[in-house]
Structure formats: structure tokens, C-alpha cells
Write a protein that binds this ligand. Structure first.
Ligand SMILES: Cc1cc2nc3c(=O)[nH]c(=O)nc-3n(C[C@H](O)[C@H](O)[C@H](O)COP(=O)(O)OP(=O)(O)OC[C@H]3O[C@@H](n4cnc5c(N)ncnc54)[C@H](O)[C@@H]3O)c2cc1C
Length: 460
């Protein structure tokens, strides 16, 4: 048995930060990784997908080059080079992180699968470690539900997609939400036929209806076929083809494709940690139950990142690390509930989101004002020839607080931060309304949009 001050399980987005801060404070820390360093974001999530989104964007701009007065001849995507570029970017991030951890003072890296033996003991194979403080950062993986015929076909997930170095003839994407739409649009841009099948009545059902339908328009405009209301999904192999029965309210009942990507959700990697030996409580879906400061049901054990169900993003995981460290080392009682919902959907153009949706504001029953502006009325978007989407913002009619915003349009993932930071500052919308922004940018129209606020339920 080796004694440590702290054990960190997993090197996702929170683990390395927590390790470095604890080790930097002089604690003896063990960090355990069973697979590759950096977890989902670095290896099978954000970084590789955004690298591929960039290749897909290049293909799209090249295909549209004539619209800008540029002749490029015929455009061909070399999937092997797309993958090689993606691999190189991921590798740089992964090896950088691994080297950093392996060379970190006061830190010992263990390669292997960690399991709890008790509340303060963890095993990795035959090895046993003990610490008073244990941090679980084990992340999640693709959810594979029991769908008829699914086990009889070779389906892909976000992880196995990383090995694809060829162009599928017809990619069927099951799941019309964040991950499915990114892959769907990108493979369409690479040249594949793509059908997105969504069980719900609309794409990205968590967003407002106008956001959903604008997103559907964007992907359909590029030739992605969208099938919603696919209530009764099933799969069968027919020679080289895969047939998905969709049972949609309208349209043909079957989709014939060559490859299937399953993107219907995530599940936490908590089922093989022996959490029961430590007495750590999980909810009915396997997420570790934590309080507002990420303490589990067992004193001395914290859970951070996707495995606690409090967020599903790299920034929420990293922020979890900051919350825990602020409480432990900085005498700063930060809480998860201090943060404002913020995320992006990386189709092109992207959706940047902050705070509540319009629907959530409506349901909250407060008096609100809303403003909306199509990207066709944003000079920067017109100049770039990227006028799809719109931006909108909702504010509290009484306090002036900004309640939420959605920027679906070119630069939307960046522009949203100008609103998010004002929300963090707890300043009223009038602060942005009076600000002088730079011309020509998408952000310059945010103050203008705010001059057009109207009561939420009045006709637009
Ligand atoms: C396709 C895709 C695209 C995404 N794009 C974005 C994006 O653009 N922006 C964004 O913010 N988020 C994005 N996400 C989400 C983001 O990747 C995750 O929210 C983030 O990586 C979560 O990090 P984490 O710290 O919870 O754990 P992870 O990054 O999942 O890391 C967990 C680590 O723990 C290790 N581990 C697990 N169990 C054990 C064990 N028992 N013993 C030892 N080690 C173990 C794993 O091997 C892994 O390395 C995307 C996700 C996917 C799938």
C-alpha cells in the first residue's frame, strides 16, 4: 500500500488541473489514467471534431469559391489527410498533457484502471494506494441503447469515428443533437450522403423552436436529409447496405445507408469503478451524486466533470476543478451554481448560447423583453457571405438583467462571450446598449439589437 495525500482518477479536463494545484501546494499526489491522456475532449471529442470541422469548412469555402470570384477548379477531399491533420492536433495536445503530468513535481502517474477498495483505498491491478482525498474525473462514453438490430450491424460512435479515413457513401447519423449534427454536416461537406435521424419532433430539442428550425434549414440547405419523429428505430444489414427503419410520421419508412453513427447521448464511466465499496452514491443513470461544491456522499471524495451530471462540456469539467480547488486551497467558497449556462454547437455557422432559452424564460413567468436580428441584417455576415441564422437576446423587463441569448451565425461561438461576461458582471442590458463596438463585426449589432427589445409575447 502506497500512501498519498490525494488520488486523482482520470486525466480528463478537471483531473490534470486539480493534480497540478494540489501538487503545487506541496501534496503528494497520485494520478491514474487507464487509457490515453486528456480523455474525451482531447482524443475523441472537442479537439479532433473541431479540427475536422475546420477541414469541412475549408471544403465548403472551396466549393463556394466562385461566389467570391475565385476559381479553384474541382474540389476533392482527401480523407486520409483530413484524419492525419486531426490526429496530429490531438496528439500534440495529448502528449503535451502527458509530459506535463509525468514531469510534475510531487506527482506519480499510474497507467491502469482504478477501482475503489474502500473510501480511502484505490487499486490498480495488484497495486494499492491510500489517500484521505480522492477526486473522481472518469468522464463518460457514448450511450448505446438497446435498439432492434443494432447489435447486428457495425455501428460507429464518436470514438470509432476517429479512425475513419475514408468517405462513407451514405452516413446515417442517429441523433439530431450537438454531436450528431456536427458529424453530419462535416461528412456532408466532405462529400458523403448524410441522413440525420432524430427520435424527437425536432432537431436539438433543448433549444428554442426557432433555433431548431434555423439549424435544420442550415443543414438541409447543404443536402443533409433530416428525419424527425423517428419513434421506432431499427436496423438491418442488407448486403453492403444498412437499412434503418424509422417509422416517421411522414416520408419513406426506411433509410438505406452504408454506415451508421450513433449519437444519442452519453453515459458516465462509473459502472466499473467499484463505487459501492467506497459507499459513493450514484443516481439512477449512474451519475455520481454531488453537492454544490462537488462533494460526494462520502467525506473526502469529490466527483468532477461529466461523471457528476452537472455539465457535459470541457469548460464545465474544468470549472468543476476550479470550484474544488477554490474551496480546498483558496478559502473561496465557490459553487457550481455560481456559473451561468454557456455552450456552443459547432455546426457552421455555430450556435453560441448563454443563460436561459426563450422558452425557459417564458416558463419562469417573469416579465421579459426580447430582441431578435437575422444575420442577413448583420453587415459582417453579409460581407463574408455567411448570412444564415440569427441572434436573439432576452432580458428581465423589471431588473434589466440579461436572462439569455442565442447567437446562431458566423462567429456566434465568440460573440456570445460579450453577452456572457456582462451577465457575470450582473450588469443590466443597458450597459451593452451604450457600449461602442468595433465595426465591422457581428458584435457591433448586439447593442443595436438591444435597442429593438419588445415584450416577449408581442408579435415580432
Ligand atoms: C464528439 C464530441 C464532441 C465534443 N465537443 C465538445 C466541444 O466542442 N466543447 C465542449 O466543451 N465539450 C465538447 N464535448 C464534451 C467534452 O469532450 C466532455 O465534456 C469533456 O471531455 C469531459 O471531460 P471529463 O473531465 O469529464 O472526462 P473525460 O475527458 O471523459 O476524461 C475521463 C478520463 O478518465 C479516464 N478513466 C475513466 N475511468 C477510469 C478508471 N476507472 N481508471 C482510470 N482512468 C479512468 C478515461 O480514460 C479518460 O481519460 C464533446 C464530446 C464529444 C463526445
Amino acid at each position: 500500500m502506497t500512501d498519498y495525500d490525494a488520488i486523482v482518477i482520470g486525466t480528463g479536463q478537471a483531473g490534470p488541473y486539480v493534480t497540478s494545484r494540489l501538487a503545487g501546494a506541496g501534496m503528494k499526489v497520485a494520478v491514474i489514467e487507464r487509457n490515453v491522456f486528456g480523455g474525451t475532449c482531447v482524443n475523441t471529442g472537442c479537439i479532433p471534431t473541431k479540427t475536422m470541422v475546420a477541414s469541412a469548412y475549408a471544403a465548403r469555402v472551396a466549393a463556394r469559391a466562385a461566389e467570391y470570384g475565385v476559381d479553384v477548379g474541382s474540389v476533392r477531399v482527401d480523407m486520409k489527410r483530413v484524419k492525419a491533420r486531426k490526429d496530429a492536433v490531438s496528439r500534440q495536445s495529448r502528449t503535451g498533457l502527458e509530459d506535463w503530468l509525468r514531469n510534475m513535481e510531487n506527482t506519480t502517474v499510474y497507467d491502469g484502471h482504478a477501482r475503489f477498495e474502500s473510501a480511502h483505498e484505490v487499486s490498480i491491478g495488484q497495486e494499492r494506494l491510500h489517500a484521505d482525498k480522492i477526486f473522481i474525473n472518469v468522464g463518460g462514453r457514448a450511450l448505446v441503447p438497446d435498439m432492434p438490430g443494432l447489435r447486428e450491424i457495425d455501428f460507429l460512435t464518436n470514438s470509432s469515428m476517429m479512425s475513419v479515413d475514408f468517405l462513407p457513401k451514405h452516413l446515417i447519423v442517429v441523433g439530431g443533437s450537438y454531436i450528431g449534427l456536427e458529424f453530419g454536416q462535416m461528412f456532408r461537406r466532405f462529400g458523403a450522403e448524410v441522413t440525420v435521424i432524430e427520435m424527437g419532433p425536432r432537431l436539438v430539442g433543448r433549444e428554442d423552436e426557432d433555433v431548431s428550425s434555423a439549424i435544420q434549414e442550415i443543414v438541409e440547405h447543404e443536402g443533409v436529409a433530416v428525419r424527425v419523429n423517428a419513434k421506432c428505430l431499427g436496423f438491418a444489414k442488407r448486403g453492403d447496405e444498412i437499412v434503418a427503419s424509422v417509422d416517421c410520421a411522414d416520408g419513406t419508412p426506411r433509410v438505406h445507408g452504408t454506415h451508421v453513427l450513433l449519437a444519442v447521448g452519453r453515459r458516465p464511466n462509473t459502472d466499473d469503478l467499484s463505487l459501492e465499496k467506497a459507499g459513493v452514491a450514484v443516481d439512477e443513470r449512474g451519475y455520481v451524486v454531488v453537492d454544490d461544491q462537488l462533494r460526494t456522499s462520502v467525506p473526502g471524495i469529490w466527483a468532477l466533470g461529466d461523471c457528476n451530471g452537472k455539465g457535459a462540456f470541457t469548460h464545465t469539467s474544468y470549472n468543476d476543478g476550479e470550484v474544488v480547488i477554490a474551496n480546498l486551497l483558496e478559502n473561496d467558497p465557490r459553487r457550481v451554481s455560481d456559473r451561468i449556462t454557456a455552450y456552443a454547437l459547432y455546426i457552421d455557422p455555430p450556435l453560441g448560447r448563454a443563460g436561459m432559452t426563450e422558452e425557459e424564460v417564458r416558463k419562469s413567468g417573469r416579465k421579459a423583453l426580447v430582441a431578435k436580428r437575422p444575420m442577413t441584417r448583420v453587415g459582417r455576415a453579409v460581407e463574408k457571405g455567411e448570412t444564415q441564422g440569427f441572434m436573439k437576446i432576452a432580458v428581465d423587463a423589471e431588473s434589466g438583467a440579461i436572462l439569455g441569448a442565442a447567437i446562431l451565425g458566423t462567429g456566434g461561438d465568440e460573440v456570445i462571450h460579450s453577452i456572457l461576461d456582462v451577465m457575470y458582471a450582473k450588469a443590466p442590458w443597458t450597459v451593452i446598449r451604450r457600449a461602442m463596438h468595433i465595426h465591422p463585426t457581428v458584435s457591433e449589432l448586439v447593442p443595436t439589437m438591444l435597442s429593438e427589445l419588445r415584450p416577449m409575447d408581442s408579435p415580432r
